[in-house]
Design a protein around this ligand. Structure first.
Ligand code: ADP
Ligand code: MG
Length: 343
């Protein structure tokens, strides 16, 4: 079923925090900090009566994680691994955990999530901003440098074949959400929203006990496609509408690659939102589902469950997993879009 082109929704998450009410000491005003890290805009909003320094601690933690996982920072662990020429590199617990998790998820998604694609991403110029369509020859050459079977992870050390390069961009922000949430809870926070780029995690619910409302938006027009009600969970969106370039023919090339071709994924989905308890799982799956497309996502869901999702196809159809049926409401403008529920 087709919808008019301007209705084709690409999704960004925006928070409807204005309506959140009643923190006692600050007279309903939450405290909030915006900062740039991991190549994206981040916001931490806390509704509890805790010292403001808690916000700074969260920002610091995010910077710490960035300094472990940045592909470009010469002091990061990922940089060290990528320039080790086949030698083993000692890595932190957090990095080891995230890499092991990514390798496990690669298996579960039948290779759709692949942290070894960095040489191919570079060939497309997504890493430098100087985007281009690589020649067949270059692509084949770069694809030779990928492959998770050539990554060897032991408890605190990682080695891989020379010239390989990993990139944790598909999972880092989700895991950062989990680690920041853990930190904040330790500092007494019971009601907060972490928004790290496309990864949003809610700690608890709004101070009045109601769910937080997360808007799934059409970024081209800034209007809301609908609202997701969540508490104590994470919402992560992946799509190719934010970071892409246009070829001469007007074709769009997005930054999520299909590991089997080395080309931007074209699975028929324009946006994937995953909802679940763990940010890292939501982040891994939002990227993987974007590569896998509708029917492989459904198959994953039937096999493993454990998460919910909202998929938007190129044709403007919306697919919801059963668990979101009563948690997602289309906005007035989009109320006639076809919406299908998957059980
Ligand atoms: P974003 O970083 O925009 O929130 P994602 O979580 O979907 O979006 O991650 C996309 C990033 O992951 C890309 O910019 C790239 O660094 C990396 N990447 C691209 N394709 C894949 C893939 N198939 N598997 C794992 N990582 C990927
Ligand atoms: Mg992701």
């Amino acid at each position: 079923m087709k919808i008019p082109k301007f209705f084709i929704p690409a999704v960004v998450l925006a928070l409807f925090l204005a309506g959140c009410s009643s923190d006692t000491s600050r007279k309903g005003e939450p405290m909030k900090k915006d900062f740039f890290a991991m190549d994206t805009y981040n916001t931490v909003t806390i509704y509890d009566d805790v010292p403001e320094s808690v916000l700074d601690v969260a920002e610091k933690r995010m910077e710490e994680l960035e300094s472990l996982w940045s592909v470009t920072d010469k002091d990061s662990e990922v940089y060290a691994v990528n320039h080790a020429n086949g030698e083993p590199v000692t890595i932190s617990e957090e990095t080891a955990e995230l890499i092991q998790f990514s390798l496990d998820m690669a298996e579960k998604t039948e290779g759709a999530l692949d942290i070894s694609l960095y040489p191919v991403l570079t060939a497309w110029g997504f890493t430098t901003g100087k985007t281009q369509i690589p020649s067949e020859e270059t692509l084949a050459e770069k694809m030779e440098l990928t492959g998770l079977e050539k990554i060897f992870l032991s408890e605190d050390s990682l080695s891989m074949q020379p010239d390989m390069q990993i990139d944790l961009g598909a999972v880092a922000k989700g895991y950062a959400c989990d680690l920041l949430a853990q930190q904040l809870k330790g500092d007494g926070v019971t009601s907060a929203i972490l928004s790290l780029g496309g990864s949003v995690c809610a700690i608890g619910s709004k101070p009045d006990g109601n769910d937080f409302k997360i808007s799934v938006q059409n970024p081209e027009y800034g209007d809301s496609l609908g609202l997701l009600s969540i508490s104590d969970s994470c919402v992560v969106t992946s799509g190719a509408y934010e970071r892409y370039f246009e070829g001469e023919n007007g074709k769009r090339y997005g930054h999520i690659l299909s590991p089997s071709t080395g080309r931007p994924a074209e699975s028929g989905l324009v946006s994937v939102t995953v909802v679940g308890k763990e940010g890292k799982l939501c982040d891994a799956l939002s990227t993987a589902f974007f590569v896998m497309g509708l029917s492989a996502t459904e198959e994953y869901f039937r096999t493993y469950g454990g998460i919910d999702f909202l998929l938007i196809t190129e044709d403007g159809e919306i697919y919801l997993s059963d668990g979101l049926k009563d948690k997602f409401t289309l906005s007035e403008t989009y109320k006639n879009l076809p919406l299908y529920v998957m059980k």
